[in-house]
Ligand binder design. Structure first.
Ligand SMILES: *Cc1c(COP(=O)(O)O)cnc(C)c1O
Length: 831
């Protein structure tokens, strides 16, 4: 990196500039300036990309002085800071969000219109920042929006993957993955800050030595160093002058490292070593809710933790001159799942080995600043790393983990003397032929707060996975129900509905979603319902256009749009959805169609590339769709589409155009869900199990406005030992017919293709209990169909759903985090 000198070049006069105007003429002038003078394009340009880039730079300029003023405000107030550490930030597009939050969407649209350019075309040219898998990564993105909107001094830290979430194509009904080189054409939203580069170590060994004052100390020697170069992304608050920072790290080789190899005469090896260093941030692991186990993944996790903590400590030392007495009062780290939980031993290492503290002082600071959010109830998704791998890759970190464990187990045996089983259960090390480090336990022991992401999830955690720890430290455990940002997920993605709401109750709801409840009384107003219905129909047409373009399937907006989009996973039960589709098809073929409701079923989502069953389910959905969509007897009564490459940008069109949101996971398996909230806000009704945040959605809207079905989490566990799917199938003529069709009808040319699916459904050990909820699901879907035919009733329910969605704003979630965990002051920014 070039500007590696780290001296302060103090230049107060240099940075004082008047704020850039936000009016149409100045936007137009800057747009033309960037297009012609900066990007060097002319009227013969053959790519829309440069129009997009010119507009992005124009808008970015208007964030810059707000960004600077926000930094100044935080430094001047010497405030307590929050840090959101996450391996994933699923940001999607930035341009529309920046215009919305600056309040310049209409002005920009006008400026471009006057130049004969459609703003929508430029917005569509932006590539999604797909630096996440699904809900966990999108939550991090929504959190950043809410922190900036609430003017909280919170900085996001993540990884700048060269390749984000893979692009999904469907070939022959099967998922094909393509690399997502999202940075190919540059990224106008990032600012490289090589002057804040950090060094991260791997390998080597621990050395003990005697310090000048005669004490023993440790250091990490003979390590390989990798550089971590920060790239900053501005996070604008909603019309409040605040612009927070998301800092993403890129790995780069050190100069010395190359030189050493070069002097040894092996130029090629030195270049290869450079590649090995830069590989660390090359690719996002595409597994959602499952463990990884790969060395490179552990390298990524430590890279994020180490670079971020060093960065924070370096900033601390500039402002506090090495005095750590108030560090714990002034800093708080939120760990997004266990992925960044190396932060616990890494902060210990930095405080002891680099800042010269003793264990007790370092532990006091660490355990008062770390907070951990758990995101899963699936035991197979709890991260464990082989101790052997730790020893090789991060020897000093393993020493510290073992010391944390020894001291922790002493606490446990003081509390429960002579309970060897409990010691073994709670140890940070799972013993066995290949001992493993239990990362969730490390995070719990090192944190003052442990939270789940919905009421049910937080309850199940302390009754199950973390029971022992709850008995020891009940005060650490709490709940923070997830949310989504209403800026992106209503105001930006559903302009017609936003206009109708603002027309009716004013626009205060955008920054205070509880206000949206004031539309509830208008559900009784036939005129309002008519306008609401018209908005929904327009949004359905927009979705139908996308389905037609992407899938070549025609959706009629008079039909009910029944949608399930999310990662493909057995616990989410896309399989149950498709069994219902097959049941409807069977009814049509048998002529059982009295009182029919025409239905368009849309399913989308990515499967982890190594997840065999998830990929087979995608194939099944596509094969079922092929049969149904090409059958003239079915016609408009039933359509089935699999939408390829589900992502944030697709969801922005999908959720406004949805009538029915499918949230049908096996109860007790979905930690929260956030897709459910986006749909609800946009006036979709939910068909759902009593799982995750569905329960809280049901509480908010009441059971008249929610299609509930299926076993409860308790009933699922009670049924497991006696679960007999064969008997259930035998007793249910509809399910029997569906299973019969599954056996051959959708795999005429690929006999036996779906046998693994049939075996899974008929197994008494099916963890997801698909057959158990079939009847209840079919009956609930019949209630949906009957309700949809009563347009006034459905529209009323739709309005009530949106009106009661206030709780699910991440503004509420973040206020909860701040009141109970972070305790940050709001910092207003000079404007
Ligand atoms: C909201 C969202 C998710 C999470 O959806 P769930 O239904 O809660 O699993 C996943 N992916 C994308 C692109 C999203 O926008």
């Amino acid at each position: 990196m070039t500007p590696k000198d780290n001296q302060q070049v103090y230049s107060p006069g240099l940075t004082e500039l008047p704020p850039l105007p936000l009016d149409v003429p100045s936007l137009s002038e800057d747009f033309r300036h960037y297009y012609t003078h900066n990007l060097g394009r002319d009227k013969y340009c053959r790519s829309i990309h440069y129009h997009y880039a010119a507009l992005a730079l124009t808008v970015r300029d208007r964030l810059m002085e707000r960004w600077k003023n926000t930094r100044y405000a935080y430094i001047d107030s010497d405030c307590r800071h929050g840090y959101y550490l996450s391996l994933e930030f699923l940001m999607g597009r930035a341009l529309g969000n920046a215009m919305l939050n600056l309040g310049i969407t209409d002005e920009t649209s006008q400026a471009l219109f006057d130049l004969g350019i459609k703003m929508e075309d430029l917005v569509s040219a932006e590539i999604d920042a797909g630096l996440g898998n699904g809900g966990l990564g999108r939550l991090a993105a929504c959190f950043l929006d809410s922190c900036a909107t609430l003017q909280l001094p919170v900085m996001g830290y993540g990884i700048r993957y060269e390749y984000g979430m893979f692009r999904q194509r469907i070939v022959n009904g099967q998922q094909v993955e393509e690399p997502d080189r999202w940075l190919r054409d540059g990224n106008p939203w990032e600012v490289a800050r090589p002057e804040y580069t950090q060094r991260v170590s791997y390998g080597g060994r621990t050395e003990f030595y005697r310090t000048n004052d005669g004490n023993f100390a440790s250091r990490w020697v003979e390590a390989n160093n990798v550089l971590a170069v920060p790239y900053d992304i501005p996070i604008p608050g909603y019309r409040n002058g605040t612009v927070n920072t998301l800092r993403l790290w890129k790995a780069a080789a050190t100069d010395e490292f190359d030189l050493g190899e070069f002097n040894a005469g092996s130029y090629a090896e030195s270049v290869a070593a450079k590649n090995a260093a830069e590989n660390i941030t090359m690719v996002l692991y595409p597994n959602d809710a499952s463990e990884n186990g790969k060395e490179l993944r552990l390298r990524q996790q430590y890279f994020l933790a180490s670079a971020s903590l060093q960065d924070i400590i370096a900033r601390w030392n500039v402002l506090h001159k090495g005095d750590f007495s108030t560090f714990a009062e002034k800093n708080c780290f939120q760990l997004n799942d266990t992925h960044p939980s190396c932060a616990v031993p890494e902060l210990m290492r930095l405080l002891m080995d680099e800042q010269g503290m003793g264990w007790d002082q370092a532990w006091d600071i660490t355990s008062r600043t770390m907070a951990y959010t758990n995101h899963t109830l699936l035991p197979e998704a709890l991260e464990k790393w082989p101790m052997q791998l730790f020893r090789q890759l991060l020897p000093r970190i393993l020493d510290i983990i073992l010391e944390i464990n020894a001291r922790f187990l002493a606490v446990v045996s003081n509390r429960w003397p002579d309970d060897g089983n409990r010691l073994a259960r709670m140890s940070l090390i799972e013993e066995g032929p290949n001992p493993q480090v239990r990362m969730a336990y490390l995070a719990i022991v090192g944190s003052f707060s442990v939270n789940g992401v919905a009421e049910l999830h937080s309850q199940l955690l302390v009754q199950g996975l973390f029971k022992d720890f709850y008995e020891l430290w009940p005060h650490k455990f709490n709940n923070k129900t997830n949310g989504v940002t209403p800026r992106r997920w209503i105001a930006w993605c559903n302009e017609p509905m936003s206009a109708l709401i603002s027309d009716t109750i004013g626009d205060g709801w955008v920054a205070d979603l509880q206000q949206i409840r004031r539309i509830a009384p208008h559900a009784d107003d036939a005129g309002f319902r008519e306008r609401w219905h018209a908005v929904k129909q327009a949004n359905k047409q927009r979705l139908a256009d996308m389905v037609s373009q992407e899938c070549g399937i025609t959706f009629n907006p008079e039909s009910i749009f029944d949608v399930q989009v999310k990662r493909i996973h057995e616990y989410k039960r896309q399989l149950l959805n498709i069994l219902h589709v097959i049941h409807l098809y069977s009814r049509i073929k048998r002529g059982e169609t009295t009182g029919w409701t025409n239905r368009c079923v849309l399913i989308g989502g990515k499967a982890a590339p190594g997840y065999y069953m998830a990929k087979l389910i995608i194939k099944l959905i596509n094969n079922v769709g092929q049969v149904i969509n090409s059958d003239p007897q079915v016609g408009d009564m039933l359509k089935v589409a699999f939408l390829p490459n589900y992502r944030v940008t697709a969801m922005e069109i999908i959720c406004p155009g949805t009538d029915l949101s499918e949230q049908i996971s096996t109860a007790g398996k979905e930690a929260s869900g956030t897709g459910n909230m986006k749909f609800m806000m946009n006036g979709a009704l939910t068909i759902g199990t009593l799982d995750g945040a569905n329960i809280e959605i049901l509480e908010e809207v009441g059971d008249d406005n929610f299609f509930m079905f299926g076993l409860t989490a308790d009933e699922v566990e009670a049924m497991r030992p006696i679960y007999d799917p064969a008997a259930i199938i035998d007793a249910d003529a509809d399910l029997k017919r569906v299973m019969q069709l599954l056996r051959g009808h959708f795999s005429m040319f690929e006999p036996g293709l779906f046998d693994p699916i049939i075996n899974a459904i008929t197994s008494p050990h099916d963890p997801w209990m698909v057959a158990a909820d079939f009847r209840s699901f079919i009956d609930a879907q019949q209630r949906v169909a009957d309700t949809y035919r009563d347009r006034e009733r459905w529209t009323r329910m739709s309005i009530i759903n949106t009106a009661h969605s206030g709780k699910f704003s991440t503004d509420r979630t973040i206020e909860d985090y701040n009141n109970d965990i972070w305790r940050l002051e709001q910092i207003p920014v000079a404007r």
